[in-house]
Design a protein around this ligand. Structure first.
Ligand code: ADP
Ligand code: LRH
Length: 490
């Protein structure tokens, strides 16, 4: 059975996995792993897109050195970000990072001008200040030369695919995250595009996951000394791929894709676009094979990543396992934060922001790294309970437990505390959810797997799922009361 290649680019790191189907099981080999380091230049925070492309080539070289010519490859990445192609076919500037400050205040102004109900009613997408629509509105307000020279809009995986193949397509799952795609009409929303002053001609044909969208350019094959490889569009939004890989047996399942972000929700057959969904600020992101992800973004392990970076800048390096072990030794429920408070969105001195939040809400101020990490992880677990309850309310479903996938499940304390907080079992696995979702969509396209439910069964048969049973119910119930009071969450 030939091998295929999946590139999964997260906001904090990327990897290339080689996958093979053998006797109804998936075998994976990690060919290449690299950090993803955004770069501040002047006032702007940008993605190092050419370095990411270099790492993609490194993955191809490592496949060659392993003696493998992949039968296909596909790329998924974080959502919302993009670049423009100019009339000479070249990329105009580095894509901005969605955490850059150029969108400050733009969402509020756009919502006021267009109305929130119009934007939500036409897209079903939650309001996040960095959604593509607000990034584009910010560039328009700033009269950006990139926008002036733009001929085509490509999101990050579209762009990397274009570098590989020379062909331009916009992929569906990622396109929905722009808040400019109308899922009811099944196309870019011409009215919203006109409202923010953008020409529809920038936005190309939207292709579904599993579509073959080209093959490696001859120049790349020559440079790397390899044969041509077919390139597919997969579920190119990493969360779309992660949810495709949830090893659920039942159709009504709840998931938490746990990495830089925590994305919690359920899969639905059609977008739920109503007043309650808008009020609770839930989203309906496009998924595989006609599904949608009714979910909510929770700030996630970003806060921990940024604390770790701040300590590293101060000369103190801690690994994630070290931080988890320090948190375990700190006192329980000393102080809590609302992880989704806007103060935590942008990069910066995160330990100070956590301390300030605690001081301003009249709680003891966590001082040591262990105390700070404990505060972050307990608060995340409590927020998971809150959002899980909202998901049940909005979807009308009732969940018997929670599937957790992604790099964050290596944090066993967070998995256990999540089970404690929700009072239900957590089923943790697989770690490489997005890369596996990327692979199974390719296999379904090639007819190697019949559909997403067979794919989920094969993933279940191939990778361990760790079960965390809830513990300490009374203490977590009390903490949840304190958390809601403190955060003002109704
Ligand atoms: P993304 O795809 O968004 O870049 P990942 O899914 O790779 O994120 O998850 C990264 C997160 O996983 C890190 O921020 C860290 O909190 C957690 N993590 C990674 N490795 C470990 C580990 N060995 N122990 C505990 N947590 C870990
Ligand atoms: C997770 C993710 C998430 C988006 C955010 C920008 O990596 O794709 O689904 O909201 O990044």
């Amino acid at each position: 059975m030939p091998s295929i290649l999946a590139y999964d680019l997260g906001a904090s790191s990327g990897r290339a996995l080689l996958g093979r189907l053998k006797n109804g099981k998936i075998e994976v080999e990690e060919l290449h792993r690299f950090s993803n380091d955004p770069v501040g230049v002047g006032d702007r925070l940008q993605w190092d897109i050419l370095r990411l492309f270099h790492e993609i080539k490194q993955g191809l070289l490592k496949a060659k050195h392993a003696g493998v010519t992949p039968a296909s490859l596909a790329i998924d990445s974080w959502a919302v970000d993009f670049g423009f192609i100019g009339r000479n076919g070249e990329l105009l500037g580095n894509p901005y990072h969605y955490r850059d400050h150029h969108t400050d205040g733009v969402m509020e102004r756009t919502m006021e001008r267009l109305t929130a109900s119009k934007i939500f009613g036409r897209t079903g997408i939650q309001f996040l200040p960095f959604n593509t629509i607000y990034q584009l509105a910010a560039l328009k307000e700033a009269d950006s030369p990139f926008l002036q020279g733009a001929e085509r809009f490509l999101m990050i995986p579209d762009l990397l695919r274009y570098f590989l193949t020379g062909e331009m397509h916009n992929e569906f799952t990622n396109a929905t995250t722009t808040q400019l795609y109308n899922p009811l009409e099944g196309r870019w929303d011409a009215e919203l595009l006109a409202d923010i002053g953008l020409s529809s001609s920038l936005f190309g044909e939207v292709v579904q996951p599993g579509t073959r969208v080209g093959s490696l350019r001859a120049s790349i094959c020559e440079e790397l000394g390899i044969g041509s490889v077919p390139v597919l569009a997969t579920a190119e939004h990493d969360t779309g791929s992660a949810v495709a890989a949830v090893p659920a047996l039942e159709r009504d399942f709840a998931y938490l894709s746990c990495g830089t972000w925590s994305l919690m929700g359920t899969e639905v057959d059609r977008p739920i676009i109503n007043e309650l969904a808008q009020e609770l600020n839930f989203t309906n992101e496009g998924g595989v094979y006609g599904t949608y992800r009714l979910l909510k973004n929770i700030m996630g392990l970003w806060i921990l990543q940024e604390c770790r970076r701040a300590w590293e800048r101060a000369g103190q390096y801690y690994s994630f396992p070290e931080l988890v072990s320090m948190a375990e030794k700190a006192d329980a429920f000393k102080s809590l934060i609302d992880p989704d408070d806007a103060v935590f969105i942008h990069p910066g001195d995160m330990p100070s922001r956590v301390r300030q939040f605690c001081a301003a809400s009249g709680q003891p101020v966590p001082e040591t790294p262990g105390e700070i990490v404990r505060c972050i992880l307990e608060s995340l677990a409590l927020k998971y309970r809150y959002v899980l309850e909202l998901t049940e309310r909005l979807s009308g479903k009732s969940f018997s437990g929670l599937h957790m996938v992604g790099g964050g499940i290596q944090n066993v304390l967070l998995c256990q505390w999540s089970a404690n907080a929700i009072g239900k079992p957590v089923w943790a696995g697989p770690v490489e959810g997005s890369a596996l979702g990327n692979l199974v969509v390719q296999w379904i396209a090639q007819g190697e797997l019949s559909d997403i439910w067979e794919a989920r069964q094969v993933i279940r048969d191939s990778f361990p799922v760790t079960v965390y049973e809830p513990q300490d119910g009374t203490r977590w119930e009390e903490a949840y009361g304190k958390f809601r009071e403190l955060t003002g969450l109704a």
